[in-house]
Design a protein around this ligand. Structure first.
Ligand code: SF4
Length: 310
């Protein structure tokens, strides 16, 4: 059974010129204990998907479609019901741990805050759990370090604190939004190893949001490629990375090929100025006349007029 099933998710924000659509018909599924990476360049709408699942979008967002978690459409829940799921059943870690941790509280108090948000327990019990969690995510000397403040932790250690907060209740689904982007390469590898071990240990499903395809390949079973608010290709990591069918997926993989970094020409369009037809056509080397006028439908996991080959 799918733990998470998103169908036809659309998100619009009001702007001067009217409503601007930033997600258009997004659909994806994650089974229990499995992991999916959502990849694409910055500005494609990946984080909006994550914030939609957490129900943390700005109040002026218009959201439609379905986000079924354990079979229940969480878009229909009252905020009080959603609060019981957020943090306990679905947890999220962000790109910049430094901006998520409160500089005036100790790290231990902040992890304890997450522990006590969903479970009544004494200060002593909460502290015991904090120390266990810090140990679990590999923070050395947790008894001493839990009384320190975030600025006394390195970027990698701050991200471990964020992971401890996220895993306080062994959530069924962990959303990790660019969890290693702000870290140096060695620390990135350590955080990837930690996430890998924890998702196995807790049997947690993972939605990884990243533009780093190497990390996606390391951590995930399946992949959804996103471009300008739409999913353009879906499939298993093995299949898609070995044999990409959508020209955008091919360009993303080509950009990190072993013979050197080759940036994709052009840039992701702004949502207020989306091109007609296929949104990728101004950057696509295979573009044809039809691509400039007709928006391609998703067929067999690929949104491209050339697939299946005609
Ligand atoms: Fe390229 Fe056309 Fe396919 Fe779009 S539909 S990705 S422009 S070939």
């Amino acid at each position: 059974m799918d733990l998470l099933r998103i169908s036809d998710l659309r998100v619009d924000f009001p702007a001067e010129a009217g409503l601007v659509r930033v997600l258009d018909g997004v659909g994806l599924e994650i089974k229990k204990g499995k992991s999916l990476c959502l990849v694409g360049e910055s500005g494609c709408g990946k984080t909006i998907v994550a914030l939609s699942i957490m129900r943390l979008l700005l109040e002026n967002a218009y959201v439609s479609g379905e986000i079924r978690f354990n079979g229940q459409d969480i878009l229909l829940l009252e905020e009080a019901e959603m609060r019981k799921i957020r943090g306990r059943e679905i947890a999220m870690i962000f790109e910049q741990p430094a901006t998520c941790l409160n500089p005036v509280f100790t790290v231990g108090d902040q992890i304890a805050g997450a522990v006590r948000a969903h479970e009544k327990c004494s200060r002593k019990e909460a502290r015991k759990r904090v120390i266990e969690l810090m140990e679990m995510v590999g923070i050395p000397s947790p008894r001493r370090r839990c009384d320190q403040y975030p600025h006394e932790f390195s970027g990698g250690m701050q991200q471990r604190v964020m992971i401890a907060i996220a895993l306080a209740f062994s959530p069924s689904l962990l959303i990790a939004d660019e969890p290693t982007t702000s870290l140096d390469v060695t620390i990135q590898a350590q955080i990837v190893e930690l996430l890998k071990a924890l998702i196995v240990e807790f049997n947690t499903s993972l939605l990884l949001i990243t533009h780093d395809l190497a990390i996606a390949a390391e951590l995930c079973d399946s992949v959804a490629v996103m471009y300008a608010g739409e999913i353009v290709e879906r499939g298993s990591v093995k299949e898609v990375f070995k044999n990409p069918k959508h020209p955008y997926t091919g360009a993303l993989l080509g950009a990190i090929s072993s013979d050197g970094f080759r940036p994709i020409k052009g840039s992701v369009p702004e949502f207020i100025r989306l091109p007609r037809g296929c949104r990728f056509h101004p950057r696509c080397s295979l573009s044809q006349d039809v691509c400039r006028h007709v928006s391609p439908k998703m067929r067999n996991g690929v949104r491209c007029h050339l697939w299946p080959e005609n």
